[in-house]
Write a protein of this length. Sequence first.
Length: 134
Amino acid sequence: TDIGGTNSVRVFRTSGDVTTTSTSPVDFTGATATITTGANPVFVGFQGACSNNDTAQRFQYNVDVDGTDETFGEINQHATAESMQCSYGHLTPALTAAAHTIKQQWLVSAGTGTTFCNSAANGSCTYVVFEVVD
């Protein structure tokens, strides 16, 4: 969905929760965007809630730009099955003027991580990508 011109994409996920047991980065289902930019940075944002069925585990959400991982942070869970806000905003370095594929990836330190993208209690997920032009 175009949210502000030809250089922006928004994905509003309502088709179900997403789970992983992977301890290395894997693609987050439904959070991939292709965007054509000038020689500018891109803002990538995600809004959603997450939980892990194991005690005191870590979530990590990464941004992959054209196959290059930009790891930038993690979210720590303090109690078993604690529902948390797992949202982020990330600004890439300036990209080349071209079409780019930007993916959200994620992992957990252990257990089964769930991001709630179609839950009555936790709402939906939104993944947004847009070019930042000076």
